[in-house]
Design a protein around this ligand. Structure first.
Ligand code: G
Ligand code: G
Ligand code: MN
Ligand code: NA
Length: 249
């Protein structure tokens, strides 16, 4: 309850901002970045999105909050587009946002206002959100991709993807969950799972990203397993906006 009141106040006072965590190829070249929301609470300090996103989601506050944050995100996308071509900027959509009937209008309104292209934007949607209502998901994804947005399945491997549907979904990227990366160097099962995912992704023409890459040996093994892109503390932690923009050529 306390958290809920705080959330209302914070939305009114606009106390949220984004950090940006880069994604790189095996050579370490910058390919893109994911916006990760941050909240600096006046008393508690930094509150993790793991704590407040679920509450915002349950109460529906995520919809106005998401709208406001997507506007901020687009202003950064504009600066990225102006500085360096070919950088893909990722934005997380929760279940409630994904199924909100006004989603497409909101996204289109924001990109027009900022003067950015939908091609520069990737929407990260968790596997469980997509598989929760697959028929609706297919319809929403068709609309989003028709307008040029790219789509990544976040936390891939932790939900229950219907493999038959993966073929039908208009998606671009599979983002392999950190849990498969964590123990990769000690667990042959994780290697087998990642290998199966990259084989399938290659066959379906999808890009693969591994998240939570913390050490170089993990990156080397993942590269061997034909993962295309890497995200994790081994390369970059989530960066303040200005530090991220300073990476651009
Ligand atoms: O950066 P961090 O590890 O604290 O993020 C924790 C979780 O919060 C991640 O799973 C991430 O997907 C989610 N998250 C971060 N930013 C956003 C956001 O802007 N919108 C939504 N819906 N989820 C986010
Ligand atoms: O949206 P998603 O669930 O992919 O969010 C990724 C989360 O993981 C973010 O909260 C981010 O801060 C965190 N993260 C990113 N890289 C690493 C890493 O290398 N190690 C750990 N432990 N967490 C990471
Ligand atoms: Mn994500
Ligand atoms: Na994830």
């Amino acid at each position: 309850i306390e958290m809920l009141e705080d959330l209302h106040d914070a939305i009114e006072q606009d106390s949220f901002y984004f950090c940006y965590q880069p994604k790189v190829d095996f050579e370490g070249n910058l390919c893109g970045a994911e916006a990760l929301i941050r909240w600096k609470h006046p008393v508690k300090g930094e509150v993790s999105p793991v704590e407040f996103i679920p509450i915002a989601e349950e109460t529906g506050l995520i919809v106005p909050l998401g709208h406001n944050m997507f506007k901020k995100f687009c202003k950064v996308v504009k600066q990225v587009e102006d500085k360096q071509r070919g950088i893909l900027m990722s934005y997380n959509l929760s279940g409630r946002q994904f199924l909100d009937p006004s989603l497409l209008d909101v996204l289109m309104g924001c990109i027009k206002e900022a003067g950015v292209s939908a091609d520069s934007i990737e929407l990260e949607i968790t596997e469980s959100t997509l598989m929760n209502d697959i028929e609706s998901a297919v319809q929403v994804l068709k609309e989003l991709t028709k307008h040029g947005f790219k789509v990544s399945i976040d936390d891939f491997g932790t939900g229950y993807s219907s493999l038959a549907y993966l073929k039908k979904l208009p998606i671009h990227t599979l983002k392999i969950d950190k849990s498969f990366v964590d123990d990769l160097l000690n667990d042959a099962d994780d290697i087998a799972i990642i290998s199966a995912i990259t084989n399938m992704a290659n066959a379906l023409g999808l890009t693969t990203v591994a998240e939570g890459v913390e050490v170089e040996q993990q990156a080397e093994k993942l590269h061997e397993l034909e993962i295309d892109m890497f995200q994790g503390y081994c390369f970059y932690k989530p960066l303040e906006e200005s530090a991220f923009l300073a990476l651009l050529k």
